[in-house]
Design a protein around this ligand. Structure first.
Ligand code: T3D
Length: 264
């Protein structure tokens, strides 16, 4: 049966909310949902009125990773082309999130497993409900972390914890995920969407281009020597400093008024 709408799209002022909507399988990714999510992200990126994106899940889960029953991908029986799935579906999705011109917040409402966990961790800020959890489920089915997990995990929590999480596949509760620095914040379940939307609204009022450059600068600096990182920062400041928002921000500070940021 075709999905009714595997991605729900809603507007909250300048914030675009995308909801993964396959709750019967904990919003696991079939190829169709993956493609629809990429279209929805593309639409948000192309719409100048959108200044932040929130991604969450319908029902009791956030995302249980790859739909292991997806007939389109032939996951069960035979020899599925797992590498091809990662290359053609998860890699473009993870790169697209990383290249969004606006901040992307994952509001993790329930379990986030496998590619669902790493998709969330690849967003700019992760807020999780207290009842949510993160599971590197790959080892249990004979795979390695994907959707950026091998890159993200050691950078977020260090090698020891990355290997522990990835090898055991143990469930990490949201509170513990916050304590070890895997995510930005853990909040009471009832406060999840309000907290995520408030944070998104705050970011939406900020200099959007500078926020996207901040993400790119921090990612780039991870692979640079200190002196090279300083030069990279100078190049980005040179570009941003000439743009409207930096001039507006400085002028507003000097004139003791609220800034009006418009760049995107
Ligand atoms: O080609 C490639 O595979 C490349 C990409 C790989 C990326 C990956 O993500 S690999 C990892 C795939 N994900 C998993 O291995 C997680 C599988 N799910 C679970 O281990 C558990 O469901 C959870 C720990 C996430 C949650 O457990 P629980 O007890 O809260 O829920 P449940 O009863 O297991 O699941 C509820 C329903 O969702 C259930 O269906 P049913 O019995 O009610 O009809 C279950 O089968 C379904 N479901 C959960 N995860 C998946 C799924 N159906 C398909 N695919 C899933 N990944």
């Amino acid at each position: 049966m075709p999905d009714v709408a595997s991605i729900l799209v809603a507007a909250h002022g300048p914030v675009r909310v995308l909801t993964l909507n396959r709750p019967a399988s904990l919003n696991s990714f079939n190829a169709e949902m993956n493609r629809r999510l990429r279209v929805a992200l593309g639409d948000a990126a192309a719409d100048a009125a959108v200044r932040a994106v929130v991604i969450t899940g319908a029902g009791r889960g956030f995302c249980a990773g790859q739909d292991l029953n997806d007939p389109e991908l032939g996951m069960v029986g035979g020899a599925p082309d797992v590498g091809g799935v990662v290359e053609t579906l998860y890699k473009p999705l993870a790169l697209q999130v990383r290249a969004m011109p606006v901040p992307v917040i994952a509001a993790v409402n329930g379990v986030a497993a496998g590619a669902g966990a790493n998709f969330a961790l690849g967003c700019d800020l992760v807020i999780a409900a207290r009842s949510a959890s993160f599971i590197q489920a790959f080892s249990k089915i004979g795979l390695v972390p994907d959707c950026g997990g091998t890159w993200l995990l050691p950078r977020l929590v260090g090698r020891a914890r990355a290997i522990g999480l990835a090898m055991t596949g143990d469930k990490l509760p949201a509170e513990e995920a916050q304590r070890i620095g895997l995510i930005w914040q853990c909040v009471d379940d009832a406060a999840l969407m309000d907290t995520a939307l408030a944070l998104a609204a705050k970011l939406a009022a900020m200099p959007t281009k500078a926020l996207a450059e901040t993400r790119a600068a921090i990612d780039e600096a991870m692979g640079l020597e200190f002196a090279d990182a300083l030069s990279m920062e100078a190049r980005r400041q040179d570009r941003l400093g000439r743009a409207h928002d930096a001039q507006e921000g400085i002028a507003a500070f000097v004139e003791k008024r609220a800034p009006k940021f418009t760049d995107r």
